[in-house]
Design a protein around this ligand. Structure first.
Ligand code: FES
Length: 65
């Protein structure tokens, strides 16, 4: 079963929204660049910023497979 839950409460961005935004990225890329792109696509972490570390962790996790 695919994990899905809200990661960013402010912008209602779920785990799968972030995972989907990562499809065009790979682990050779700079995590911060990938983060910026995910942020542009999903708007996660543009509110209180409280989900920032969670979003980064998910990016690393998904990219590393
Ligand atoms: S929970 Fe993501 S910006 Fe507030």
């Amino acid at each position: 079963m695919k994990e899905n839950y809200i990661v960013c409460n402010c912008m209602q961005v779920s785990y799968s929204d972030i995972a989907d935004a990562l499809h065009n990225h790979n682990k050779m890329e700079d995590v911060m660049e990938v983060f910026k792109d995910v942020q542009n696509v999903t708007h996660c972490s543009t509110g209180c910023g409280g989900c920032y570390q969670k979003v980064l962790d998910i990016i690393s996790e998904v990219l590393m497979g």
